[in-house]
Design a protein around this ligand. Structure first.
Ligand SMILES: O=C(O)CCC(=O)C(=O)O
Ligand SMILES: [Fe+2]
Length: 277
């Protein structure tokens, strides 16, 4: 292992502690659908709802054979996304991808990433992935037994270590569910620590609706008592705007859902995303 380029060092306030504070509270939920009685299914739904509200994360356990239903890949037509961020440009481009058969609404822009974290001699200075929120609907993460994922606890703001559990996946709420639920479920910040001796592999699977979807708080959730906290945004244009990533020249951070809050809508982003459907 050679010298580490200081460009990889985190700013002092974002450097990780070498101690792992374990996230005792992150629930491990058995997702095997109870065949009967119905009440058990309600119980399962409640457990998932509570975990999404309290942590934005949970570990999903399922009998190994059953995971086939979740990761049943089928190679189909390419993913269609807008060719540019210009609101009036209707041209689209094709990304080749793989997606699950179920649920069909989430097929078009769902994608997978393969992460490899080599051993790193400065685990107190560098991170494998810096703090971020997932800009997707939902993430299902497979990981080996090395560990590295830390989640920012909603209760005390501490970075908490997610111990790998065999035969389970980590599921987390992304930005789109935060908007759909009008903030009932938050997309929570997370990051990845590196290990000085061991390499690590992880495979996040990002579920998304189609690029032409206008994302906004669901009608059955937002109402007069709970007014919509976000303006509708076009998902494809949002992604392409983020990828373009040149908001630096406007001296603002890259676009985030927080910029689409009704109270915090910046003119710069309004133009870029064509907020009104
Ligand atoms: O590798 C991990 O544990 C998480 C990776 C991650 O957060 C991401 O790729 O968005
Ligand atoms: Fe992530």
């Amino acid at each position: 292992m050679g010298e580490v380029d200081p460009a990889f060092f985190q700013a002092p306030e974002h450097r990780p502690s070498l101690q792992n504070i374990e996230a005792q509270g992150i629930p491990l939920i058995d997702l095997s659908i109870p065949s009967s009685p119905d009440a058990s299914l309600e119980d399962l739904v409640k457990k998932i709802g509570d975990a999404c509200r309290d942590w934005g994360f949970f570990k999903a356990y399922k009998n190994v054979r059953d995971w086939k239903e979740v990761f049943d890949f089928a190679v189909q037509n390419p993913t269609i996304v807008p060719a540019s961020y210009e609101p009036d440009d209707k041209e689209v481009t094709e990304w080749y991808n793989q997606w699950p058969e179920y649920p069909p609404e989430l097929r078009p822009t769902t994608f997978i990433r393969l992460n490899h974290y080599p051993p790193c001699p400065v685990p107190d200075l560098a991170l494998g992935v810096g703090r971020h929120k997932d800009a997707v609907a939902l993430t299902i993460l497979a990981q080996d037994d090395v560990g590295g994922l830390e989640v920012k606890s909603k209760s005390d703001g501490e970075w908490t270590w997610v111990t790998p559990t065999p035969n389970s996946y980590i599921i987390n709420v992304g930005d789109i569910i935060q908007v759909w639920s009008n903030d009932a479920y938050e997309s929570v910040e997370h990051r990845v620590k590196v290990n000085p001796e061991k390499e690590r592999f992880s495979v996040p699977y990002f579920l998304n609706p189609a690029h032409y979807t206008w994302v906004k708080p669901l009608e059955e959730i937002a109402n007069e008592q709970n007014p919509a906290k976000y303006r509708p945004y076009n998902l494809g244009k949002f992604f392409v705007t983020r990828k373009r990533s040149n908001f630096k020249k406007l001296d603002v951070e890259n676009i985030q859902i927080s910029h689409l809050r009704v109270s915090d809508l910046s003119d710069k982003f309004e133009g870029a995303l064509s907020i009104n459907p």
